[in-house]
Design a protein around this ligand. Structure first.
Ligand code: 3HC
Ligand code: NAI
Length: 733
């Protein structure tokens, strides 16, 4: 679809370089208000600076100050134009998310936007940093917009279960056309200043680096042209081809039926944009408001806002109060298999050099090839240029001698999951690493304390548990051992920051936070499988809950051999009172490890990535039921989910109770960012609170009647449920 014609924009000549207005050349005549939005008059321009750290979110105080400033400017005869800008790094990051769920305070944001738009004097917004959500809605209600380099413009409300509720669904289509506006709102993605100009969202790009300089220069040009108010509500061009606009809305409605599966707000965004085309502006605003309130009240909104804050909370750990990260310039990696290569790519992508050590030349060549393959694919997909590929690979060196790790500030071990092998590697690292180097293991399950014993400096050792594929998955469990020093932990968090990953602090236990809890609910799934549910029923139920795939699809993807090795390792210490389902072992004994072997729980003919159910697997399950003396019984989707989730929540409560995780919201982040738990349900702890803890406890006690050894209620769950408290109450503590 063609880009909409620019809407009645007066041609604004750029001043010659060197002649831009600067604060020094302007007479500053007033410095009236203080507070969340401060006003200052620069000759005939009233500058309103939103100053509400850290991100200028539109709190009630900001809205009130802004509204007062606009109102006063209307009657102040010295003022010809109003310039809106943000203090600090951003224009405005959006509505104040912390106010959601609290009683609304006047002025409401939609009313403030309408007030800005109705101004009799031109209002100009100078956009730098984040101009997101309600921030962009303020800008769209202004009459003119100038963006600075580095500005990020977006309507990311969908990520919080909302829609732009301050006129954004009505004004964005009038500026950009329905298709571009829907794209912005349904993906939540940010546009650069250039892209925003091309899309019609802003009128000009500033060459100045300072928003005040840029805004004043642009406003002066507008005043010189006698430009008056230009209201987005009256913009007609972008929506003039009504049929094409409606076709874009229909196409979006069709698209989200598959891409936004289970989500509440996308369909309402589409409805609101349809109203922008079909209804007069004020009616469209009322439609938007009604839809916004539906979203605001939805459990998905609460869950997604919880996830937003939970992700920012994980970095708040005791060690960072007392220690700072050590130097982190060079990274060593031992092992170039699936994980070592993925970690290498993640580190190279962050701009750091990598030395990879492998056992021999052949293994090293395979490790290097794995790294190269990732970049080849990125070049093929057009995500990076071949120059960029070469630049990243130039930071990569390989060796078969541990001495090559002598300069590394951090060494990450990713060799076979075997204690003896890992201890041998750490003994070598102890020999070659420079003093103060941090030594990390990527082990999935093994005891980090025992691994650290192979060194003379266990204070330098920690676990850095990446998830596969390590260059893509956001989660990084930072595992703190008995002797790990605070600055070693801080270095792990610093690595996560550089790699743009989400770090979660974990204590030492078998499987840390994520894999430990996974092992238990996977056990619940295996028991249901033996008792009568097929793996395909279980996967379907888990997908219906919102996971992208079920546990058996996941096992096939990860490779059944990994879990098999772990089960064999644990066999000697397994509690004989616990039921042990042997079905997965029967498949592994046949070499059916999943996708990589062409069959596992599913069949993958001719390298297919999507599996198909396998009658042979069902026959094996039947045999196992007979062997175990189980009479199969039916399981509904609800039966499956209540067991699966109760097992997850119960073990998560144990993990909390034992101090393996710092807070419930950290467990939520682990499952959201590492295991595919549906974000719109907020993570297992938030979900449990929303279901109600006494109900989950009652379920567990009911299941215990058939298997008391497995279904032991966690003491923490019992304490919370019986005292009417929630997991959420522990986040605040
Ligand atoms: N409201 C309240 N607090 C916010 C906030 C918001 N909109 N946005 C960020 N914060 C807080 C964060 O929680 C964090 O607090 P903390 O230091 O206590 O943990 C602090 O600001 C800094 O945030 P980040 O760590 O995320 O800082 P970055 O510099 O990495 O990122 C950002 C800045 C790009 C602005 C990012 O914070 C962000 O994306 N914020 C959310 C933007 C958003 O979703 N806006 C839409 C809001 S909904 C809306 O506007 C509804 C309207 O249509 C009616
Ligand atoms: P892998 O088998 O693909 O790779 C291991 C590599 O280590 C091999 O290339 C091997 O040659 C090399 N190696 C073995 N001993 C060595 C030594 N002494 N010196 C140098 N190199 C040596 O294994 P993968 O999957 O990469 O796993 C590695 C570690 O990461 C394991 O501890 C595993 O539990 C953990 N992990 C695996 C995940 C996965 O999804 N595969 C996810 C998270 C952690």
């Amino acid at each position: 679809m063609a880009r909409p014609a620019p809407f009645a924009l007066p041609p604004v000549p750029r001043p010659a370089r060197g002649q831009e207005a600067t604060t020094e050349t302007l007479s500053m005549t007033d410095s009236a208000s203080t507070g969340a939005a401060q006003t200052r008059r620069y000759e005939d321009i009233l500058v309103v600076v939103i100053d509400h750290p850290p991100v200028n979110a539109l709190s009630a105080a900001v809205r009130r100050d802004l509204s007062n400033a606009i109102a006063e400017a209307q009657t102040d005869t010295r003022v010809r134009a109003i310039l809106l800008m943000g203090a600090g790094k951003n224009f405005i990051a959006g509505a104040d998310i912390r106010e959601f769920g609290k009683p609304p305070q006047q002025p409401l944001l939609p009313d403030l936007c309408n007030q800005i738009e109705a101004s009799a004097k031109p209002v100009i917004a100078a956009l730098h940093g984040a101009a997101l959500g309600g921030g962009l809605e303020i800008a769209m209600a202004a009459h003119y917009r100038v963006a600075l380099a580095g500005a990020k413009l977006g309507l990311p409300e969908v990520n919080l279960g909302l829609l732009p509720g301050a006129g954004g669904t009505q004004r964005a289509p009038r500026l950009m056309g329905a298709q571009a506006a829907l794209d912005l709102m349904l993906t939540g993605k940010h546009l650069s200043a250039d892209a925003a100009l091309a899309a019609g969202l802003v009128d000009a790009l500033a060459s100045e680096e300072d928003p005040l300089d840029a805004g004043l220069a642009y406003t002066r040009q507008l005043l010189a042209l006698n430009a008056g108010p230009r209201r987005t509500r009256d913009a007609a061009d972008a929506l003039s081809d009504r049929q094409a606009q409606l076709a874009a809305v229909d196409a979006a409605a069709e698209r989200i039926a598959t891409t936004a599966r289970g989500l509440f707000s996308p369909a309402r965004i589409v409805q609101a944009v349809r109203a922008a085309i079909e209804q007069p502006f004020d009616e469209g605003l009322r439609t938007e408001r009604a839809l916004f309130l539906q979203c605001l009240d939805s459990p998905q909104r609460a869950a997604l806002v919880h996830a937003f804050f939970a992700e920012r909370e994980t970095a708040k750990i005791p060690e960072l109060k007392e220690a700072r990260a050590r130097r982190l310039e060079r990274v060593g990696i031992v092992g170039g298999g699936t994980m070592g290569a993925g970690i290498a790519v993640a580190v190279l992508d962050a701009g750091l050099p990598v030395v990879m050590v492998e056992q021999d030349d052949a293994a090293l060549a395979r490790g290097r090839a794995r790294v190269e393959q990732v970049y080849d694919l990125l070049v093929k997909k057009g995500r990076i240029s071949s120059d960029e590929r070469a630049a990243r690979l130039a930071r990569f060196t390989g060796a078969t001698n541990y001495d090559a790790l002598g300069e590394a500030d951090l060494i990450i071990e990713a060799v076979f999951e075997d204690m003896a092998v890992k201890q041998a590697v750490f003994a070598q690292l102890d020999r070659v690493a420079k003093p103060g180097a941090v030594l990390a293991t990527n082990t999935s399950y093994l005891d980090v304390n025992q691994i650290a014993e192979a060194t003379r400096g266990p204070a330098d050792v920690l676990g850095l548990h990446f998830f596969s594929p390590a260059n893509i998955m956001k989660l990084l469990e930072v595992v703190v051992g008995r002797h790990t020093a605070p600055d070693t932990v801080a270095t792990g968090f610093e690595l996560a920051r550089r790699l743009r990953k989400t770090p979660v602090r974990a204590g030492v236990c078998d499987g840390f936070i994520g894999n430990r809890i996974l092992a238990v609910h996977r056990q619940a799934a295996d028991m249901m499988m033996e008792d009568g549910a097929s793996p395909y029923d279980i996967d379907a139920a888990v997908r219906a809950f919102g996971y992208p795939m079920g546990p058996y699809q996941m096992a096939d993807l990860a490779g059944g051999d990994i879990g098999w090795a772990t089960r064999k390792r644990r066999a000697a210490t397994r509690d004989p009172a616990l039921r042990y389902v042997q079905i997965p072992d029967r498949l592994c004994e046949r070499g059916w490890f999943g996708q990589k072997t062409g069959r596992g729980f599913y069949l993958y003919p001719d390298g297919a990535r999507q599996g198909t159910p396998d009658p042979d697997v069902l026959a094996i399950i039947d045999d196992e039921r007979r062997r175990a003396g189980v009479a199969p019984r039916p399981f509904t989707q609800d039966d499956i989910l209540s067991r699966y989730l109760a097992a997850m929540v119960n073990e998560a409560a144990n993990v909390l109770h034992q101090g393996i995780a710092l807070r419930p919201s950290d467990i939520d982040v682990v499952f959201l960012s590492g295991y595919g738990f549906p974000r719109y349900r907020g993570g297992p702890m938030h979900y449990a609170d929303s279901v109600d803890l006494p109900r989950i406890l009652a379920d567990i006690r009911g299941f215990a009647a058939e298997d008391p050894a497995f279904w032991k209620p966690s003491p923490l769950l019992v304490a919370l449920a019986e005292s009417g408290r929630s997991f959420g109450s522990l986040n605040a503590a």
